[in-house]
Ligand binder design. Structure first.
Ligand code: ACO
Ligand code: V55
Length: 279
């Protein structure tokens, strides 16, 4: 298989390296601000990568010194609004479709790698990804208030998912920028590391996920996201059903392998690491 995608791309770059797809928002001269074209291309990229069996994990990052400066104020707002309400609705849907509808339940693990600026609308795909790592030096901000809008496009909902009440309101209302360390402390990202180590750290976690059973990973992440908003009784039923479907649809028969390598062969300890998938 090729190390690139078939989709024609102008403002997104995709490189596939040994089952890891590096998806880069690629408008560095505009700090990777998200235009209607960029959103359309991201939708197409996620469509293609979803079905490629040579891709197991996706890392979303930005070219140059920015992750993403949020929505493109010129192309996404001003120029689209000149084309009327129907175009505004279409462009908004193409944005939010990939940023959270697609990403939240994407069948493969997704990791946001915040290499630099991360503002406003960029919080939606940031939270849409399963995991996130940032450079200590990255700058985040809910800058909407600074130019007179509320964080929409589900930015506010995304923030409420991962940040606490006080921190959410503080940054929504002040628009004050904060760095990668603060983002990690608040739980907006899993961890921040010096910029020079960000790529290696992100790749190491991605490769850990690539070593896991992909069927079980897909069910595990989706189960978490579904049951999060459920009451306990409903959640238990849904988890039982998903556990059964995961086991019966797993071509690798991981559950059987894992059990027999521990109980019969005594060749590993599940508390301390994974079973041998090639056995
Ligand atoms: N929308 C449109 N154009 C943008 C955006 C954006 N969000 N961000 C940067 N650009 C453009 C600039 O207009 C400039 O274009 P030009 O070269 O054609 O004049 C180019 O990108 C470079 O921007 P500078 O401001 O010169 O870059 P600098 O490195 O000095 O600053 C920073 C980077 C801090 C990211 C700054 O560009 C900025 O504040 N951008 C806006 C961030 C923001 O608030 N985004 C909106 C969040 S709200 C939402 O997403 C709904
Ligand atoms: C924002 C993002 C949007 C939108 C309106 O505040 C505002 C950010 C992702 O789309 O449609």
């Amino acid at each position: 298989m090729s190390d690139t995608v078939e989709t024609q791309l102008t403002v997104v770059d995709v490189k596939i390296d040994d089952r890891l797809a590096w998806v880069t928002l690629n408008r560095p001269e505009k700090r990777n601000a998200m235009s209607p074209t960029l959103n359309r291309e991201m939708g197409a990229v996620l469509d293609e990568l979803e079905l490629r069996d040579d891709v197991g994990v996706i890392v979303l990052t930005g070219a140059g010194e920015s992750f993403s400066a949020g929505m493109d104020l010129k192309e996404y707002f001003r120029e689209t609004e000149k084309q009327g309400a129907l175009q505004v609705a279409k462009v908004r849907k193409e944005a939010t479709d990939w940023m959270w509808r697609r990403l939240l339940h994407y069948p493969k693990p997704t990791i946001a790698m915040v290499n630099g600026w991360c503002f406003g609308g960029a919080f939606t795909p940031l939270v849409g990804c399963d995991l996130a790592f940032a450079a200590d030096e990255a700058t985040f901000g809910l800058s909407e208030i600074n130019w007179g809008i509320i964080p929409a496009g589900n930015v506010t909902r995304a923030v409420a998912e991962v940040m606490n009440h006080r921190d959410s309101l503080y940054y929504i209302m002040t628009g004050e920028p904060f760095d990668g360390r603060k983002a990690a402390e608040m739980g907006l990202v899993n961890r921040s590391v010096p910029a020079a180590e960000l790529r290696a750290h992100t790749e190491a976690v991605a490769r850990t996920l690539l070593d896991k059973n992909p069927t079980v990973l897909r069910f595990a992440k989706n189960a978490y996201k579904y049951v999060k908003t459920m009451d306990w009784d409903t959640a238990e039923v849904v988890l039982g059903t998903m556990a059964a479907t995961s086991a019966s649809s797993d071509p690798e028969r991981g559950r059987q392998k894992g059990m027999s390598q521990f109980l019969d062969e005594k060749s590993y300890r599940p508390g301390l690491g994974g079973y041998r998938r090639d056995a």
